[in-house]
Design a protein around this ligand. Structure first.
Ligand code: FAD
Length: 555
């Protein structure tokens, strides 16, 4: 068996090492266009910021190590230029010598990744405007930063963009981030990104939402960035973090099928439309684990797993790729945001039925020092309760909750299963009712009809004549510190004695701070004959949708 692998980083290197473990006899050649294999793309922003100090820590392995330990024929600075599928051979250019040669194959694995987008904006090729994909990119960016620049502009508030923003700020650079959408972290539902936006603003980052860079020009002070609004910024460093495009040219030229957004089409065994060619990683179109629809998800975990699966299938095992959930996490200063499965906006766009709940528990027992509040949003099927997606934002403990929920989604679990989950507890790590259990209790209660909930957006969007009577059951101090406009305040402890102040001919939407006292109040009211529901997640959820203007001085 002669196996050629195109691309030597996440997917390609995983496929190569796995192939060798499965076959000591195969000829395995790994082609990588760049000088490095298997480097840590995900660590690059932290090298700029100085969190990772030694550059060679970013090299997970070296060509020499792959040669000695795995007996791989690793050819760096070698670009595969064309594939002749009928003759089963590729044309390779040695980028050091310029020599071109051919190499035959029995099987081929494509792992060429995805290239950062460079939109056709005037001036985009000016020096000082960078994308970030590999060590050469990071060297150029770090050189500028080390030079002591004053201002940076990051175009795109996605994962990589925000990681760079944080690291630029840590290096003392005044940073502006420009985002076309009206929120940061576009894969998330907008309200879940409010704490991230607030943190960016609190750290002095200028966040320009609903904006785009229209042109770049050289000025004496650096690069002038002209925005759609007409505003002009100046920076000595501009980063484009506006997404990636599958590196599919080879595949397209070879006549392999690609999807509408350019991802190479593969079957569940990761075979392309040519059964001798497999493809993995950022270059492929995968099945969305929740919806079954084709999607492209550029993440390291899926790329690594796919590399392994392609090797398994080539070397006689029959392994199916289950699909990608899009489980992702990002740290932005002291906040963490994480997501798995479908977001609400994706479900809404696809017209799929769903329900949602928000809970705002602490990461561990509130009585133990250092408890931090998080917001957990789960989306589930309105009849079966099957989990469809989850998002979490907060500090400590966000990572473990999203991982539990990712596993639950993959296992096809329902919100009723979340109620039953037995998770590790000691006061410094969790609570006897873990945030996952809490989300399960609330969601299951709504499905069983025990806990009538209404979404805050639904209440506020109702026309005046049909708008529910809004009742705040927190203390008067909490109420005066901020409330939903038009609400009446009766604390839950006084409710039983003040029922005659409430309307019996109108829906009552009750809320408290996070939803718990509201639930108790709703139970009291319903048993007393009122038509009442609890605003899911309480005032805290309302504030995600309606942040205080002072907390968001971004434009
Ligand atoms: P790549 O890792 O991009 O490797 C493809 C390689 O193929 C490239 O080195 C390229 O030079 C080579 N190649 C392409 N064409 C040819 C050719 N014709 N001949 C020879 N070689 C070729 N994901 C996460 O899950 N979590 C994170 O925190 C995270 N952070 C990231 C931070 C940054 C700055 C970046 C850039 C990415 C990050 N990612 C993260 C994404 C993750 O790195 C990718 O999803 C993953 O590397 C994809 O693996 P891949 O093998 O498909 O492609």
């Amino acid at each position: 068996m002669k196996l050629l692998i195109v691309g030597g980083v996440a997917g390609g290197a995983s496929a190569a090492a796995r192939s060798r473990r499965l076959s000591e006899d195969a000829d395995i050649v790994l082609f990588e266009r760049g000088p490095d294999v298997s480097f840590a793309n995900c660590g690059l922003p932290y090298y700029v910021g100085g969190e990772i100090i030694e550059r060679n820590k970013l090299l997970i392995t070296t060509p020499e190590r792959l040669r000695t330990r795995f007996k791989l024929d690793v050819r760096t600075r070698s670009s595969v230029e064309a594939i002749d599928r009928s003759a089963k051979k590729v044309r390779v250019r040695d980028l050091t010598s310029g020599r071109e040669y051919e190499e035959t194959y029995d099987k081929l694995i494509f792992a060429p990744g995805a290239a950062p987008l460079r939109p056709p904006i005037a001036g985009i090729d000016l020096p000082g405007i960078f994308t970030l994909r590999n060590l050469q990119d990071v060297d150029r960016i770090k050189e500028r930063v080390d030079h002591g620049i004053k201002q940076a502009v990051v175009v795109g508030a996605g994962f990589i963009g925000l990681e760079l923003v944080e690291n630029f700020v840590k290096r003392g650079i005044a940073t502006t981030v420009i985002e076309l959408q009206d929120q940061v972290l576009p894969p998330f539902d907008k309200e879940m990104t409010t704490p991230i936006l607030e943190t960016l603003v609190a750290k002095g980052v200028t966040v320009l939402l609903g904006q785009s860079a229209e042109s770049f020009e050289q000025t004496p002070d650096g690069i002038g960035v002209r925005l759609k609004s007409g505003e002009r910024l100046v920076a000595q460093l501009v980063i484009l973090g506006v997404g990636v495009r599958p590196e599919n040219k080879l595949a397209v030229d070879a006549g392999l099928e690609v999807g509408p957004r350019g991802g190479i089409r593969v079957n569940e065994f990761l075979q392309t439309s040519d059964p001798n060619i497999y493809a993995v990683g950022d270059a492929i179109e995968v099945k969305d684990f929740v919806s079954g629809d084709p999607i492209q998800v550029p993440l390291a975990g899926p790329a690594n797993r796919q590399g392994r699966i392609a090797a398994d299938n080539i070397f006689g095992r029959s392994v199916k790729y289950r699909g990608t959930q899009g489980t992702a996490i990002v740290g932005v200063f002291d906040r963490t945001a994480a997501i798995t499965g479908a977001s609400e906006k994706v479900l809404r766009r696809a017209n799929r039925p769903y329900r949602k709940v928000y809970v705002h528990p602490t990461n561990h027992a509130g009585y133990y020092p250092g408890a931090e509040q998080m917001t957990l949003k789960i989306l589930f099927h309105p009849e079966t309760g099957k989990l469809l997606g989850a998002q979490a934002v907060g500090g400590a403990g966000v990572d473990k909750r999203i991982d539990v929920l990712a596993v639950a989604i993959q296992a096809g679990m329902t919100v009723f299963d979340l109620e039953e989950m037995e998770l590790a507890y000691s006061p410094q790590y969790g609570s006897a009712k873990d945030p996952i259990n809490m989300a399960g209790f609330v969601a299951s209660g709504t499905l069983r009809g025990e806990h009538l909930q209404v979404d805050v957006e639904t209440v506020l969007a109702a026309p005046a004549d049909r708008r529910p009577f809004v009742l705040d059951v927190r203390t008067s101090q909490e109420f005066s510190a901020g409330n939903i406009p038009g609400a009446m305040n009766i604390s839950v402890d006084d409710l039983r004695s003040r029922l005659d102040e409430l309307p019996r001919d109108r829906e009552i939407a009750v809320y408290c701070q996070v939803g718990q006292r509201g639930y108790v109040a709703t139970r009291i009211l319903r048993q007393k004959g009122f038509s009442a529901s609890n605003i899911g997640g309480g005032y805290k959820t309302y504030k995600l949708f309606h942040p205080t203007p002072e907390s968001l001085s971004s434009r």
